[in-house]
Design a protein around this ligand. Structure first.
Ligand code: GDP
Length: 224
């Protein structure tokens, strides 16, 4: 990515527009074939980390499968992750040998955050720690909702593991422009309160395609 002068905080609308080169880099990366590579429900099955990796995390129903499918331009790429028995696994997708996309189990569905964090923590901590090829976790948040305690718990886990994470809003189409801008601003403040958080909050919609090119472009410089 091009060098940017430090941006003033809490002004996400001041984000520099994508250059053609940045957009093209993202488009080319995600035009590559994306294939299922591995599924790991326990520590021993986590594949060795070779290519740079991006992990996708979020509450169940946040729109993670839809976003993975929109990014890769496939219709059923992430479907495997929601088949029974697969919901507790890390699913690894190889994007053209340049980037591994990791679908992390959804968390927080109808459960108390403490239980969740405990369930999530075992395998996730084993994965998150000592994974030098893990470039970033994308923490997906439903644009319509303020972060839930489970989201906060996951952010704390990522801070603790010192894994850079970036907040990515899903379902941006469900909000008008002003509420969306307000949500981005509020979450930019949330990001600033977390040591491991990337300062930029991205808004996406799998339904309309909003923000998909920008997210691809954001990830391209992290690929091999
Ligand atoms: P996952 O459980 O996080 O993998 O979520 P899914 O991708 O299965 O989506 C959960 C629900 O959110 C489904 O009903 C989707 O139709 C809906 N959804 C996903 N993406 C979008 C979006 O961009 N906009 C809107 N309005 N709804 C979405």
């Amino acid at each position: 990515m091009a060098d940017h002068a430090p941006r003033p905080p809490a002004q996400p609308e001041a984000r520099a527009p994508l250059s053609e080169a940045e957009e093209a880099a993202g488009r080319i990366l995600f035009a590559a074939e994306c294939r299922f590579a591995a599924a790991a429900g326990e520590r021993a099955r986590i594949p060795p980390g070779a290519a740079p990796e991006i992990a996708f995390a979020g509450r169940s129903n946040v729109g993670k499968s839809s976003l993975l499918n929109a990014l890769t331009g496939r219709h059923a790429l992430a479907r495997v992750s929601v088949t029974p028995g697969r919901t507790r696994e890390l699913i690894f997708f190889d994007l053209g040998g340049r980037l591994m996309l990791v679908d992390m189990p959804g968390y927080g569905y109808a459960k108390a955050p403490k239980t969740l964090a405990r369930e999530w923590q075992g395998l996730m901590l084993a994965y998150l720690r000592g994974r030098p090829n893990l470039r970033r976790v994308l923490l997906l948040l439903d644009a319509r909702l303020a972060p839930k305690p489970a989201d906060e718990a996951v952010m704390a886990i990522l801070d603790g593991a010192a894994v850079t994470f970036q907040l990515v809003l899903t379902k941006a189409d469900a909000l008008g422009q002003a509420p969306l801008a307000a949500r981005i601003e509020a979450l930019t403040r949330v990001a600033r309160a977390h040591t491991a958080a990337h300062p930029d909050v991205l808004a996406t919609s799998s339904r309309t395609g909003t923000g998909i090119a920008a997210l691809r472009a954001e990830l391209a410089p992290l690929a091999a």
